[in-house]
Design a protein around this ligand. Structure first.
Ligand SMILES: *Cc1c(COP(=O)(O)O)cnc(C)c1O
Length: 386
């Protein structure tokens, strides 16, 4: 393999030297009071990025662990659930729901589109009895977002539970757990926070706990169990199993950097990177994947490829010829993603991404004005830094 110069993937992202230093701290015994203090501090800092006073649980596996465990804990056989599907993660939630025995209804749109709050409101008004709504705040593989700020309160006002996959939402867009009445939210360190993969960060409202406790099928004494964390760790300071000491230290380093920068500033850095990337891509002659610009996420810009240009070939050529690693759409469609996520959101990263992608696509026969794209992006960058 040729040398890798830049990782511009949509998670896991490149991490800062300070985060690497956190990951490299000495491994402590997990029942050392010093480590237990660290764990509690990291929980409090995680609550800050979730903007919540709810319980925070940190499960020791990539975000899929908590997404699966929480859903299994919440779902009882025959429970009426509305699942919003606008991408592959939402689709996957639906498969789990069916597996766990829910009575599932889906509002599904193309993976380049978004389910609107109006659609949700109309559906809930016409179908009383829905107990939970599941949604994905930011469909990373398509680079589209959902309007959680409106869908959350629509559900809360009707007494309906919300289950929110916001793995690439927290810090990449506004996320207000308590203000929007969100019951169960899951994020991970390896996306907009700029940490390492390996942990699930969860916020759980009292209503969500009540639902889990009322559910005889909720996992207990299981790796998937949230109740174990509630009773053992939050209850009397026992870990259900050995936590990933190094990942907790890495997470704390990433959280410290984000909180020092300020939540709003981190989000703005992602928004600025998107604006720069969009300007460059547009001027180059590229087409966006999303059907509408107002649903494009701030953490990744997805580019629609012509049918005869295969996204896997683009990724491979950019990696081998120019040393730049991109993400493809993980099955969302024939697209390639220019990520600006975590530590790669801002500055010259997107200029590098636009240059490498533009030239790779030219190499593959597309007629593009790479120079015009870079000029446009640099214009925006200069203005943003002024
Ligand atoms: C990254 C991500 C996850 C975690 O899933 P992986 O496939 O393990 O990366 C879940 N949901 C969303 C929306 C994500 O972006």
């Amino acid at each position: 393999m040729n040398k890798l110069e830049f990782t511009l993937s949509a998670g896991p992202v490149e991490v800062s030297a300070a985060t690497l230093a956190g990951l490299a701290k000495p491994i402590q015994y997990h029942y050392d009071e010093d480590f237990k203090d660290t764990f509690r501090r990291v929980q409090d800092k995680t609550a800050q990025i979730f903007q919540t006073k709810n319980d925070v649980i940190i499960m020791q596996g990539e975000a899929i662990l908590a997404l699966e465990g929480a859903l299994k804990s919440l779902v009882t056989p025959g429970m009426k659930v509305l699942n919003l599907v606008q991408g592959i993660f939402g689709k996957g939630t639906g498969y789990w729901l069916k597996d766990f025995g829910a009575d599932v209804a889906e509002l599904e749109v193309g993976y380049d589109d978004a389910v609107t709050p109006e659609m949700v409101e109309e559906y809930l008004d016409a179908h009383p009895g829905i107990e939970m709504v599941c949604l994905v705040a930011s469909e990373t593989p398509s680079g589209t977002v959902s309007d959680v700020s409106r869908i959350g309160p629509i559900c809360r006002d009707r007494g309906i539970l919300t289950y929110v996959d916001t793995v690439s939402g927290v810090l990449g867009m506004e996320h207000r757990t308590d203000d929007w009445g969100l019951d169960l939210c899951v994020t991970g360190p390896q996306k907009c926070l700029g940490g390492a993969p390996g942990l699930s960060l969860v916020s759980v409202s009292q209503r969500a706990w009540d639902k889990m406790y009322a559910n005889p099928a909720a996992p207990r004494d299981s790796y998937l169990s949230l109740i174990d964390w509630k009773e053992k760790w939050l209850g009397d300071g026992r870990f259900p199993y050995t936590p990933s000491v190094q990942d907790i230290n890495g997470l704390e380093a990433a959280l410290d950097q984000a909180l020092a920068e300020g939540i709003d500033n981190v989000i703005q850095r992602h928004v600025d990177a998107r604006e720069l990337t969009k300007a460059g891509a547009r001027a180059m002659g590229l087409e966006f994947w999303a059907v509408r610009e107002d649903i494009m996420s701030a953490c990744v810009t997805s580019i629609r490829l012509p049918d005869d240009v295969d996204n896997a070939a683009v990724r491979d050529l950019a990696r081998s010829k120019y040393g730049v690693m991109f993400s493809h759409g993980q099955g969302a469609g024939n697209l390639i993603r220019l990520s600006h996520m975590g530590s790669t959101a801002g500055g010259f990263h997107s200029i590098v991404g636009l240059a490498a992608l533009g030239r790779t696509l030219s190499d593959l026969g597309m007629k593009l004005d790479v120079g015009a794209g870079l000029e446009a992006a640099l214009e925006v960058l200069g203005a943003q830094r002024a």
